[in-house]
Design a protein around this ligand. Structure first.
Ligand code: M6R
Length: 592
């Protein structure tokens, strides 16, 4: 979940460019940052904290040379400190390494290396890598072979970039179970954890596969397979533009991305015919199983309600991290649908690799070229564009749009596709009401606990609202099926506790209202999300975030999440938290 970059530039100093690129990867981790360039020695600038904080203490871009490597860290082994920040070096400061992933056998390797006299400076697992490379280079191997020999010794997952003063002008990159892409500009060459980091410099992208190695030097880019043979790789032209990954006048990426949701839904709806083709190729599916994590899991839960209500197809939803323990019923008649914004989530990829041995697999994913797109049988793209804020917003509504399109085509409910086209308008109406939601946020920003309740299609919306709140405001927020409250959680409802009730019109409306009554009777402050013509709900609520009365219950999960995203965003801002970089979290979780 760290971010790595490397570059060799024709005419420019590398460090300022590396700093600018690594800032684009900060969503992957912000515990520390570091840059290294080679000259007669390895020059390093690094410090703990977010890049903006580190820059106050260390002149990160004040390094010589036209090539180098850089890193932002999400700590796994060793607390966030300067000494644990990457790049890490060997004993003599001649080799530098940046790493995303985990080296599982680092303890044993470290003990052996220490007994051979290597001196370690950090508590990280990564540091064994430069020491192993040093050992092999001391035995006379060149950098590339020394890296290969090192890979033979380490277990775990990695994307690595390595430089050495003995072979200045060269960067060696490798990947195994952690993403790495290569950018081929006009005389400028890059490697990075993902595309937005280097998009300003080139949109000619090569996707590395597990086990592949890339060598960057002034002559260009060479990719080799596990045997060390040169291989031809396809260059993909990426359509995303650099300003899609900028804030564009908004204070944070998250609020920009919330505002991009009407377009994200519109663009994703254009995938309808692709989805129809996939559906036409699916034969004899008798059961659906969704697998995902976090927000993508909530999109999957909506899928369950949808597939079961439209087609009566038995549908399971399994958290990717639990898949190994609960997927025994899958067979060749099961379509396993993976949902992942990044396409790189380790838990999801592991489940995908297990599922594809016995079932048909389909992935709904936002990042073109990501690992999941290469491993699943069928791929459906969400057209949300790059999402930088750690909190998933526009990718969630795009995922839902794909789930609805899949269900519509499988059930031949073309009227549902028509309904989906109305959603952008409903979202714009909520966004126009943003100031009112900001005022509600100010009122409740000091609450200790929040509860979110909903039934049926509104239950996953309640869960997602609670997740958004806790991840960017650090307020304890729990989502419950409204009917479950009386089976335990009601004991926690006291005077003034905010309860957000998601009450879409339709079948579940009246029953949810009874649950609203129950919490009100115990003193809760009800903040509701409901139809503008729902006078009863209005009278039961302290505050109400109103939705267009034309929204049908079936499609309500897509527009109804928008006010909850805005509520979490504005509470975060009011509390002085940076919603784009919530503590302890990273956008792309590439460790299990
Ligand atoms: O990239 P993925 O969709 O596979 O990520 C799964 C979760 O880590 C992710 O949805 C996470 O819960 C959200 N960023 C929270 O907003």
């Amino acid at each position: 979940m760290c971010g790595i970059v490397g570059c060799i530039l024709k005419d420019d100093e590398a460090a300022p460019v590396l700093l600018e690129c690594v800032k684009k990867l900060e969503y992957r981790g912000y515990d520390s940052v570091g840059i290294a360039t080679p000259s007669s020695k390895i020059n390093i600038r690094k410090d703990k904290g977010k890049i903006s904080e580190a820059e106050k203490n260390v002149k990160l871009s004040d390094l010589p040379g036209n090539m180098g490597i850089a890193h932002v860290r999400w700590a796994t082994h060793g607390i966030p400190t300067q000494k644990n920040a990457h790049p890490h070096t060997d004993c003599n400061g001649k080799i530098a390494v940046v790493h995303n992933g985990i080296i599982e056998n680092y303890k044993e390797l470290k003990n052996n290396l220490e007994s051979e006299g290597h001196i370690f400076k950090s508590d990280t697992d990564t540091e064994v890598i430069p020491h192993l490379i040093e050992k092999f280079m001391d035995q006379g191997f060149d950098l590339e072979i020394a890296v290969r020999k090192t890979l033979d010794m380490i277990n775990g997952s990695y994307a690595l970039a390595v430089i050495s003063t003995d072979e200045p002008g060269k960067i060696v990159g490798v990947r195994k179970e952690s993403p790495m892409i290569v950018g081929k500009g006009d005389g400028d060459y890059f490697l990075a954890s993902d595309v937005p980091a280097i998009l300003k410099h080139t949109n000619n992208i090569i996707y590395l596969e597990d086990g592949e190695m890339v060598i960057l030097d002034a002559d260009g880019v060479t990719v080799k397979n596990v045997l060390g043979e040169i291989i031809e790789k396809e260059i993909h032209i990426i359509e995303w533009t650099p300003d899609m990954a900028e804030k564009g006048g908004f204070d944070h990426f998250m609020i920009k991305e919330i505002h991009e949701q009407p377009d994200a839904v519109r663009d994703t709806l254009m995938e309808s015919s692709e989805i129809e083709k996939i559906v036409n190729n699916l034969g004899g599916i008798e059961r659906i199983c969704f697998v995902a994590c976090g927000t993508s899991y909530h999109a999957s839960l909506i899928g369950k309600y949808l597939f079961e209500s439209l087609m009566g197809l038995p549908t399971d939803v399994i958290l990717a991290s639990e898949f190994q323990y609960s997927s025994k019923a899958m067979d060749e008649k099961t379509l396993v649908i993976f949902i992942s914004q990044s396409g790189e989530t380790a838990d999801t990829l592991k489940a995908l690799r297990t599922a594809k041995k016995r079932s048909e697999t389909l992935v709904i994913v936002n990042v073109v070229g990501s690992t999941a797109t290469r491993e699943a049988k069928h791929v459906v793209f969400t057209r949300a564009g790059p999402e930088i804020g750690v909190a998933a917003t526009k990718t969630y509504v795009s995922q839902l749009t794909c789930v609805y399109l899949l269900a519509a085509h499988m059930s031949k409910r073309m009227d549902l596709v028509e309904e989906l086209h109305k959603i952008p308008k409903f979202m714009v109406e909520v966004l126009d009401n943003e100031d009112y939601i900001h005022r509600i946020a100010k009122k409740y920003k000091d609450a200790q606990d929040f509860f979110f309740i909903g039934r049926g299609f509104s239950y996953p919306t309640a869960l997602e609202g609670a997740l958004k709140l806790k991840e960017i405001t650090y307020i304890h927020g729990e989502g419950y099926a409204a009917g479950e409250l009386k089976h335990g959680p009601l004991a926690l409802i006291d005077d003034g506790v905010p309860v957000v009730a998601v009450v879409a019109p339709g079948n579940i409306h009246d029953k949810t209202l009874s649950n609203v009554e129950e919490v009100r009777a115990r003193g809760a402050h009800v903040i509701s999300v409901g139809s503008s013509d729902d006078e009863i709900l209005k009278s039961e609520s302290k505050d109400m975030m109103v939705m267009d009365s034309e929204i049908d219950e079936l499609i309500s999960p897509i527009p109804y999440i928008v006010p909850l995203q805005l509520l979490a965003y504005y509470i975060s801002v009011e509390k002085g938290i940076d919603p784009d970089k919530p503590k302890n979290l990273a956008k792309c979780v590439t460790v299990e």
